[in-house]
Design a protein around this ligand. Structure first.
Ligand code: IMP
Length: 431
């Protein structure tokens, strides 16, 4: 039977999933992206070069790996073509990439409507990436959206496009935005069909056959983080999909029985881009130092990320929701050199102590973190390759994370490069 790994972000996105996925993708025969779109920004670094990916799976750098953009994604063909062209310019030309014909397609008006809705909301804006992700998922669920497979059937595409424009042009007009002409969009998207068409297929068989092969190693790659989950995150300050391992079966078209070895990716501290409550957020020189050392600026938007202490309340919550088997703790090196580090062990809210995040934003906004102080470590850990060689302070810090979340640390990242990764868990070594 195949070996499977799920990689899911367990904070507010940007946890370093790209690096960990790439690390395992070296050995994987297949990498499947199961949700989100080009709102994600994965950075991958190896051989001294840095690459950034938005919607393409992280296995793209290994010519032997089959990469699948599965049905749970929303795919923007314009941006995908651009992403592929950029990879080509960077010398990445030998890869395997398949696109699900069931995946929702991002249309030009989705970004317009995303921007307009944000502007209308003013102070209460979500702080989206303005890539049209929310409107594209809305159209999917209201059954008016177009799908990647429609590109392969021009007549059907034309019919669906006319129907969509009928609705969308009214909506655009109501915001005072320019409308779209059928012919322009049709020609533009038929151009994408020429470039991408041969990659679009029913990925159901591809994935399900691979699952049944003894030798195959399949990675399911999530985007964003679970606190941005549409159901369990800090709603409405969330994205429009479910990054959790729970969405792998639907988003990839497989049975839940295949899901095993879930790796929750978490930074050694927390970051968040966009608006919304962030209980362990802090400001000042220490936060600025972490932002500088961790290069905490958005890959997609370039926005400076907000900085917070490690939130074990969130980590325990996401661990339970996604069935996390191991933590991959990222950017531990960024905390080196600090006298003290802090972990949030609970929230205090209206005189009550909470051990899981409240479901309403108004309550979450009133939560104060209960912080535990831990002695830091001075040593540079960026060259360490074995867990036991980490300084005592760092090991104590990781142990406290394990105790508070009831999940073992399986991977520790001590720098951006592929080789700066400490693999500790037996199961993951075998993958
Ligand atoms: P959307 O996904 O563009 O609709 O944005 C909704 C929220 O999710 C905003 O707060 C974004 O900043 C956040 N978000 C979306 N994608 C990512 C990501 O890949 N990393 C971190 N935050 C993200």
């Amino acid at each position: 039977m195949s070996k499977r790994l799920v990689i899911t972000g367990s904070q507010w996105g940007d946890e370093g999933k790209g690096k960990i996925t790439d690390f395992f993708a070296c050995k994987a025969s297949m990498v499947v992206r199961y949700q989100g779109g080009n709102n994600a920004g994965h950075s991958v670094m190896f051989d001294g070069k840095k690459f950034s990916l938005q919607s393409i799976p992280s296995g793209i750098f290994n010519p032997a790996t089959v990469n699948v953009m599965a049905n749970g994604m929303v795919i923007n063909p314009a941006s995908l073509v651009g992403e592929l062209e950029k990879l080509h310019r960077e010398g990445v030309t030998d890869y395997q990439l398949y696109i699900s014909d069931r995946a929702a397609m991002v249309m030009p008006w989705h970004a317009d409507l995303d921007g307009a809705a944000e502007q209308l909301k003013g102070d209460t804006k979500i702080g989206t990436t303005k890539k049209g992700i929310g409107p594209a998922y809305c159209d999917k669920y209201s059954r008016s959206g177009l799908r990647m497979g429609d590109l392969l059937e021009p007549e059907y595409f034309a019919k669906r496009l006319r129907e969509a424009l009928e609705l969308k042009n009214r909506e655009l007009k109501s915001f005072g935005l320019p409308t779209y002409r059928f012919e322009d969009v049709f020609d533009q998207y038929m151009g994408y069909a020429e470039t991408l068409g041969y990659r679009i297929c029913d990925t159901y068989e591809l994935i399900n056959d691979a699952l049944r092969e003894k030798e195959s190693k399949i990675l399911f790659e999530g985007a964003q983080g679970m606190m941005l989950c549409i159901d369990h995150g800090t709603y409405p300050y969330v994205t429009s999909s479910t990054p959790s391992a729970s969405s792998v079966p639907v988003g990839a078209g497989i049975s839940p029985k295949w899901v095993e070895n879930v790796v929750g990716v978490a930074k050694a501290y927390c970051t968040r881009v966009g608006e919304g409550p962030f209980p362990t957020e802090f400001f000042g020189d220490t936060a600025d130092g972490i932002r500088q050392r961790g290069h905490e600026y958005g890959t997609v938007t370039g926005r400076p990320r907000r900085i917070g202490w490690f939130d074990a309340v969130v980590a325990r919550y996401t661990a339970r929701l996604a069935g996390i088997d191991y933590w991959a703790i990222m950017l531990l090196d960024v905390l080196s050199g600090m006298d003290k580090v802090y972990i949030c062990t609970a929230y205090e809210c209206d005189g009550e102590i909470l051990t899981s995040p409240p479901s309403t934003i108004s309550r979450l906004e009133r939560c104060k973190p209960v912080l535990e102080e831990i002695d830091g470590w001075k040593e540079d850990i960026s060259g360490i390759t074995e867990y036991d060689k980490l300084p005592e302070g760092a090991r104590n810090y990781l142990q406290r994370i394990e105790e508070l979340t009831e999940v073992p640390v399986g991977v520790v990242s001590v720098g951006p490069d592929r080789i700066q990764t400490i693999l500790r868990a037996e199961e993951l070594i075998k993958f």
